[in-house]
Design a protein. Structure first.
Length: 614
């Protein structure tokens, strides 16, 4: 799986088949509910041990790997490491013992925040070190350890040695939940260098064994999410928005003022970064919160996937279709809930089709909207799918007709809708009424009630990598009542991949070529709608005149209007992770040529589109 984590991993053995493995203490998945240590008179006494352990990131009787993990002295090892949570000003007196026989460990993170530097502290085999610091500014931080001088390219990822540090202020609610992402990857058998194993976990478990979050409509869920891995993770919520209250890294935490907190459905977390968020479920049903890098949530992201273990890329059961960095949220209805009334429903038909291959991708799949009274020709394909333009507040039913020879589904990314229509086969819905995959020759009607205007995505949520990179994605534009979509001033730029290859070939609006120049009028406002829906890869969108970055007005993120202090004129450059959308307004003030550029350092090309202002 060369794309799963972005590199091929080699080396360390996690237990050889047919060989008796020595008894090791079992890792306890850490739900981060119970702080470690003994807090007394303003001093936290903490005794940690780093030693070998056996980790079962899925079921207790599932596959396991032998790892090095943190534990409290005299207690089971944990992944993530024991939670350090104290009030501001607490003196943390931490003793860390290296119980490994032959490896020096290097420890980071036991420092006062904010910190200008996070220097590592070496601890030799059999030795202990005392690290004392005062808990500084309130926030969400992390600590971690590394075994020796690690070569990730040779040895794989060993990021299970990460834990959370939370510093509370006097007014901070403590009824929140803390989640840490940890990753282990490598070959478990040195004689088999063709099959790598991966354990991508949230609080020590991989989907479908991650914790189920129980909530009721109207609840306020406050989460701290920490990326303890060495990779970025764009975390995406289905069905409703979450509010970003704070962002942090290992050195400092930034809390946003009440009027400057964004509403988003996807938030990108760089390595070592954290986000404090609040979500309020508005509708009952089953929802997901997951990494939107396809390789982190599909077949291959679990240990058991390397032997298939009944997993099927085409299965409609989410327990089989998805793996890795996924949390399930089960929302019960409010006792006072009133059924939504839907009248004057607009109806549309969307066909899923396969046509003649184009570009590098071996297949060409596309969503084609029925226009007029006749269905489109069976071999017609639009990549990306047809732009679906709908109106805020107008109930809309979209019947998806599957003309492929395989099953598919459609997820309405960013749309606030009923769970049954959300598009995750075998999961969306509630209790015994779960949405099916759309089998070949069958159809499924998604019921949408558009609650806000903005830019959104619809895309497959089954056999994600192959279907996405073949073209099964498109843009949805929701307008206010009375508005018209004018392609002369309203421009959609949606990025995807042309086939599942490494390095990826990025296509914009289905094409790697720039296309004819766009003609804009001097002084006329243009809305640019940017979308990144490849299976992986951050992309940078920028607008220049000659070599100078011009300015545009930021309007919206993920379909939600930005807070007033962020909806301002600023340099026309924007980074988008997978699953993110961004809207900007550009009013050309000078005649001449401008260039819109989309790309990233690791891509094979940079897309450039000329804009001619007359």
């Amino acid at each position: 799986m060369p794309f799963l984590l972005g590199l091929r991993v080699h080396g360390l053995v996690a237990g050889r088949e047919g060989e008796t493995r020595r008894a090791l203490p079992l890792v306890e998945p850490n739900d981060n509910r119970q702080p470690a240590g003994n807090l007394q008179d303003g001093v936290l006494t903490l005794r940690l041990v780093v030693d070998s352990a056996r980790w079962y990131p899925e079921a207790a009787d599932g596959p396991s790997i032998d790892v090095v993990a943190f534990s409290e002295e005299g207690r089971p090892p944990q992944v993530p490491g024991p939670l350090v949570r104290v009030p501001r000003g607490t003196i943390v007196n931490a003793t860390i013992r290296n119980a490994l026989a032959d490896s020096t460990i290097y420890v980071w993170g036991f420092v006062t925040r904010p910190s200008l530097a996070l220097d590592s502290v070496p601890i030799k085999p059999g030795e202990s070190r005392n690290l004392q610091f005062e808990a500084g500014e309130p926030g969400t931080y992390l600590y971690r350890a590394m075994i020796g001088v690690w070569d990730y390219e040779k040895h794989g990822e060993r990021e299970q040695l990460t834990g959370a540090i939370v510093v509370d202020s006097a007014n901070t609610p403590t009824d929140d939940r803390i989640f840490v992402i940890n990753i282990w990857s490598g070959y478990t058998n040195p004689k088999d260098t063709t099959t790598d194993a991966n354990a991508l976990a949230i609080n020590g478990r991989s989907w479908p064994h991650t914790e189920r979050i129980a909530a009721t409509v109207g609840d306020s869920l406050r989460w701290r999410f920490i990326n303890g891995s060495g990779r970025s993770h764009p975390m995406h919520l289905h069905g409703f928005y979450f509010r970003v209250d704070a962002r942090g890294d290992a050195k400092r935490d930034t809390v946003f003022e009440a009027g400057n907190r964004r509403l988003v459905v996807t938030e990108d977390l760089s390595p070592g970064h954290s986000v404090t968020l609040v979500m309020k479920p508005e509708r009952e049903g089953n929802w997901l919160f997951h990494c939107h890098l396809a390789f982190h949530v599909v077949h291959g992201a679990n240990l058991s996937d390397r032997t298939n273990s009944g997993h099927s890329l085409h299965s409609g059961d989410p327990k089989l279709h998805m793996s890795g960095l996924v949390l399930g949220i089960n929302v019960k209805p409010s006792p006072s809930a009133v059924a939504e009334r839907r009248t004057n429903v607009r109806r549309m038909n969307l066909f899923v089709q396969e046509g003649k291959p184009r570009g590098r991708a071996p297949r060409a799949l596309g969503f084609v909207l029925q226009r007029g009274g006749r269905a489109p020709a069976k071999d017609s394909v639009e990549i990306p799918g047809s732009v679906i333009v709908v109106t805020r507040g107008e109930p809309t039913d979209i019947t998806v007709v599957n003309r492929l020879k395989e099953a598919t589904s459609v997820h309405w990314h960013g749309i606030e809708l009923e769970s049954y229509s959300d598009g995750v086969p075998g999961w969306s819905g509630m209790e015994k009424r779960l949405a099916p995959m759309i089998a070949p020759g069958k159809s499924f009607t998604a019921r949408l009630t558009l609650r806000r205007s903005g830019t959104f995505i619809y895309h497959t949520h089954l056999n994600d990598v192959e279907q996405l990179t073949s073209g099964l994605y498109g843009a949805m534009v929701v307008l206010e009542r009375g508005q018209k979509f004018d392609p002369k001033t309203d421009h959609v730029f949606i990025a995807g991949w042309d086939g599942d290859y490494q390095p990826p070939a990025i296509v914009i609006n289905g094409d790697s070529a720039s296309g004819p120049p766009l003609e804009l009028s001097l002084g006329v406002a243009n809305r640019f709608r940017f979308i990144n829906i490849g299976p992986a890869q951050r992309l940078f969108f920028s607008l220049r005149r000659d070599t100078t970055v011009v300015k545009w007005r930021a309007l919206a993120k993920d379909g939600a209007d930005l807070p007033r202090h962020q909806a301002v004129m600023r340099p026309a450059t924007q980074r988008l992770a997978v699953g993110e959308m961004f809207d900007a307004e550009f009013v050309p003030g000078e005649r001449g040529e401008y260039v819109l550029t989309v790309g990233a350092p690791a891509t094979r090309m940079k897309y450039k589109r000329r804009l001619i202002v007359k």
